[in-house]
Write a protein that binds this ligand. Structure first.
Ligand SMILES: [Zn+2]
Length: 219
């Protein structure tokens, strides 16, 4: 479906894939920061420290194998009041594997998340973001039928594009964000160069304009 070529998701994609969540309507000035592909030591913690300065809450779409490797960072995300979501166990592309393989990997991530949730948290947050934004008709149906919200985005920072200077990533966000936007960042080693600069700039700019940053509610 949608490739990550669009910084601002075009309206037609939102219309065609209208069962997916692209932005969240809000009366208040609210933005939804999201971070894909962690938890990663040396990156996710920096993100958490930065969010804390602005009292911002966010949503982290975690890769199951990274949760297994870095469970303490996963727990820290939750203990600081952020939300987490499924991003498959091994970052699979739905267009490159068959449906059963994809769903097994999705469920494997679901089990990893369940295993590492704090004992006080009984409900599994049913949020999913497909790696590369790629889904198929069958995977969309199966995942939505399991009661998940499929969280896409309307603004890409493109922080993972190492050839871009950080100023360009920040401009991507500043020029395309509006009330209710879901913005994508990556807490990955590849994105680190652009991530923190872009995140700090985004938080400073929109805080000054009276926005608050919330995590995505799974229910
Ligand atoms: Zn990803």
């Amino acid at each position: 479906m949608l490739s990550k070529l669009f910084i601002k998701t075009p309206f037609w994609a939102k219309l065609i894939f209208n069962r997916l969540t692209w932005h969240i309507e809000s009366d208040e000035k609210t933005l939804y920061l999201t971070f894909d592909d962690g938890p990663i030591p040396g990156v996710t913690e920096l993100v958490l420290d930065t969010l804390k300065v602005y009292n911002a809450k966010a949503t982290f779409f975690c890769i199951g194998e990274n949760i297994e490797k870095h469970p303490k960072i996963f727990k820290r995300i939750l203990s600081e009041g952020h939300q987490i979501g499924n991003h498959t166990q091994n970052h699979l592309n739905a267009r490159e594997v068959d449906t059963d393989t994809y769903m097994e990997n999705f469920i494997s991530c679901e089990q990893t998340i369940k295993k590492h949730l704090p004992s006080t948290q009984v409900d599994l947050p049913k949020l999913f973001r497909p790696p590369y934004g790629r889904t198929t008709f069958k995977t969309r149906n199966r995942i939505l039928n399991r009661g998940y919200k499929m969280i896409m985005w309307d603004v890409l920072s493109a922080d993972y594009m190492e050839e871009l200077p950080p100023e360009a990533c920040l401009n991507n966000v500043l020029h395309n964000t509006s009330n209710g936007s879901i913005i994508v960042f990556h807490d990955s080693l590849k994105a680190k160069k652009n991530l923190i600069y872009t995140l700090m700039g985004t938080l400073a700019h929109f805080t000054k304009k009276g926005y608050v940053f919330k995590s995505i509610n799974p229910t």
